[in-house]
Design a protein around this ligand. Structure first.
Ligand code: HEM
Length: 155
């Protein structure tokens, strides 16, 4: 099945006027269904984080037709997520919570097709972020212990 960008953008427009409620519900769902996620957000400024989440969703949904932008934007966002303690398996938590929140908010506008389309779009987004995450992790140089055999004794 092909990604129906128009359908994703149209359903997102229905949610946008209630962005604050969306962000509140999203984090409530995430922390209720995956309590371990709370640990990752412990030091986070929740209100700021909610605004940033909505802003990033707006960017992504508005640029679904622009793969170059998405690759760049989400790749860099993935790189930053290393510092937040994000691992590959956490993307399932966020994906599930996102779909659940959209379903709650869209009510009767939600159906099988809308579900499939958002799931597909999220998979693309998550894969691009994970690429950045993997790239950033491979750049981390482990600290090497000094090797005693290379140390000269100063007498
Ligand atoms: C497609 C998926 C995701 C998107 C679009 C997204 C978006 C964002 C954005 C926009 C920020 C604000 C900071 C920044 O831009 O660097 C952020 C921070 C953060 N994200 Fe994500 N994120 C995603 C996936 C995840 C996952 C899977 C986790 C782990 C459960 C996670 C955990 C965090 C944490 C812990 C922060 C830092 C909060 C803070 O310290 O203030 N994110 N995310």
């Amino acid at each position: 099945m092909e990604l129906n960008i128009k359908l994703i953008q149209e359903t997102f427009e229905l949610v946008k006027p209630r962005a604050e409620e969306f962000a509140n519900r999203f984090y409530a769902n995430l922390f209720q269904d995956y309590p371990a996620a709370q640990e990752l957000f412990r030091s986070s400024n929740q209100e700021k984080q909610k605004r940033l989440l909505v802003a990033s969703l707006v960017q992504v949904v508005h640029n679904l037709e622009n793969p170059e932008f998405l690759g760049e934007y989400l790749g860099r966002m993935g790189e930053r997520h290393v510092a937040y303690g994000t691992a590959d398996e956490h993307f399932e938590w966020v994906g599930h919570s996102l779909l659940k929140t959209l379903q709650e908010m869209l009510g009767t506008e939600w159906n099988q097709t809308v579900h499939q389309q958002w799931a597909m779009a999220y998979d693309v987004v998550a894969a691009l972020m994970q690429e950045g995450l993997t790239r950033a992790k491979s750049k981390v140089v482990p600290l090497r212990k000094a090797e005693p055999k290379n140390l000269k004794k100063v007498s």
